[in-house]
Design a protein around this ligand. Structure first.
Ligand SMILES: Nc1nc2c(ncn2[C@@H]2O[C@H](COP(=O)(O)OP(=O)(O)O[C@H]3O[C@H](CO)[C@@H](O)[C@H](O)[C@@H]3O)[C@@H](O)[C@H]2O)c(=O)[nH]1
Length: 312
């Protein structure tokens, strides 16, 4: 297939690009190297796939519709829209930047895809849209009560996606990812931060207690997206997670088995953090045959091994 991918220099995007290229798809990436985290890291993420002949890279800003529109008119079979400002805490500092990067840019992608007649739009959303809830989160829950500007922007992105699906008639797939980790993990997230602190012999800061996350290994996330590209199931929202919430205390304990000397500082809860996430995977399993393959212990070990190799 001929696939357009926004945000291909990011953590999830670069893994997806690599997997699509390995499968023999033609991939065009649009990314502007937003400085949310290190440019060097994003460059490295791209460097590892630059040798594929069927990859095209466009350094363009999705907010500049005029420069991007011609790219969309290249007979794509599908567009994955993963470009976004991620992360909860920064969204309180710069809420308007999230309106630009996560809402306005999404409107541009949806309208450019629609105008170009791209038949399938696949949008990267987040489990953050569920807000604070107990128990498993299924796709049909209402999503009006979010906890951060980031989550509000993702809810809005989803709303625009459904609305433009109606206008243009493309097939729409929405992915709600649950806290993703693995090699090349985003440096602002808990697991990469904790591993890096240990490798430097520094103590880790743990915000709050008793929170839990449905940590999902990056390869499982990519599997979910590949399945949705391959199987046409109409307009759908899918949770892509592990279905196995891990408390912050369990995360710290599992890391202590790897880094016995780890020192922990306890800090207050962070504004905007939800208490728990837990993916109900019934729909992704039933419609796509999705099955997460990595246990938390295995995924964490692989992630630590990667950081050790990479940071050396
Ligand atoms: N980042 C970070 N998190 C910490 C720390 N200490 C404790 N935590 C806790 O560790 C959990 C995971 O935090 P993150 O790794 O930052 O991920 P997240 O809050 O689940 O949010 C990420 O996942 C979403 C999908 O569910 C993503 O959409 C989003 O991009 C986001 O970064 C949260 O309960 C957070 O409070 C710390 O020092 N740093």
């Amino acid at each position: 297939m001929n696939v357009l991918l926004t945000g291909g220099a990011g953590f999830i995007g670069s893994h997806l690009a690599e997997s699509l290229l390995q499968d023999g798809h033609k991939v065009t990436i649009i990314d502007k190297f937003h400085p949310y985290y290190d440019y060097k890291r994003k460059k490295e993420q791209l460097d590892r796939i630059f040798s594929y002949a069927n990859l095209t890279f466009c350094e363009n800003d999705l907010l500049d519709k005029e420069s991007c529109a011609p790219i969309f008119h290249q007979s794509f079979d599908a567009v994955f829209h993963l470009a976004a400002l991620p992360g909860v805490p920064y969204s309180f500092e710069q809420p308007l930047e999230y309106v630009d990067e996560d809402i306005k840019a999404t409107i541009n992608v949806l309208t450019m895809a629609g105008e170009a007649g791209i038949p399938h739009v696949l949008f990267g959303s987040s489990s953050s849209v569920y807000g604070n809830r107990d128990g498993e989160m299924s796709e049909d829950l209402p999503i009006q009560t979010v906890m951060s500007p980031y989550a509000a922007a993702k809810v809005s992105g989803e709303a625009y996606a459904h609305m433009y699906q109606h206008v243009y008639g493309f097939q729409l797939t929405v992915f709600r990812y649950f806290t993703v980790y693995g090699p090349w993990g985003r440096p602002d997230m808990a697991i990469p931060k904790f591993i890096q602190a240990n490798l430097k012999g520094e103590s880790i800061d743990v915000f709050g207690s008793g929170t839990a996350r449905d940590y999902t290994y990056i390869d499982d996330i990519v599997d979910g997206m590949r399945l949705a590209l391959a199987h046409s199931k109409g307009n759908q929202i899918y949770n892509i997670g592990s279905g196995n919430p891990i408390t912050i205390e369990e995360l710290v304990q599992t890391l202590k088995e790897i880094f016995p000397d780890m020192k922990v500082n306890h800090a207050p809860f962070r504004l905007g953090d939800v208490k728990q996430t837990w993916a109900d995977l019934t729909k992704a399993k039933r419609l796509l045959g999705y099955e997460p393959k990595h246990s938390f212990e295995e995924g964490l070990r692989k992630t630590v091994q990667w950081f050790i190799r990479h940071e050396r």
